[in-house]
Ligand binder design. Sequence first.
Ligand SMILES: [Zn+2]
Length: 108
Amino acid sequence: MHEDPLNIDFAYDARRNQYYSTAILQRMLSLASDAQTTCLGVTHLDLFIPILTFLFGEAQLSGRCALVSIHRLREEFYGLPPNSNLLWERLVKESVHELGHVVGLRHC
Ligand SMILES: [Zn+2]
């Protein structure tokens, strides 16, 4: 059976109503066929890892893949009016942060 590579239903946790970020990263890595490729995944879905209530993003330290979610970067998440400029700014910052991990930088 061939699975849709962009379908991340497999990572859904019904108990938390969130998506397991590490499992998605592992799937992305399996799809990044050559070692020189760096992948940045962007989703609107809410991400988690078991030890945290949520994630803005996750990356493989000194790896090839990073994943970010705009779910909690949107002003609407906090009951505020939409602000596409602010969302874009936050998405760029979060993406650069996670890609920093991919090139070996530690979290700060
Ligand atoms: Zn970090």
